[in-house]
Write a protein that binds this ligand. Structure first.
Ligand SMILES: [Zn+2]
Length: 84
């Protein structure tokens, strides 16, 4: 069985750029880095990936901030809750 790994942008079959083995626990795992055969396309993918990572970092940071705010708000509303 051959593994199909088409490029997400152009659909060309991706090629192995790098392959290395790593001992993880008791098993030897083979890692491969696949890239698009079209360098221009791969460059765009790299850029998109970086943008997405930056975006995720931003989301992560803002969600942490929100969590902190929620904590503060909850504490505030707890102290001002009035029972009828
Ligand atoms: Zn491509």
């Amino acid at each position: 069985m051959t593994q199909s790994n088409p490029c997400i942008r152009c659909g060309k079959e991706r090629i192995i750029a790098k392959s290395w083995k790593e001992q993880v626990g008791k098993s030897l795992l083979t890692y491969t880095t696949n890239i698009c055969p079209d360098p221009a396309c791969q460059k765009l993918i790299d850029r998109e990936l970086k943008n997405r990572n930056d975006h995720l970092d931003a989301i992560h940071a803002s969600s942490l901030l929100r969590k902190e705010e929620n904590k503060r708000n909850r504490r505030k509303s707890q102290s001002t809750t009035q029972f009828p």
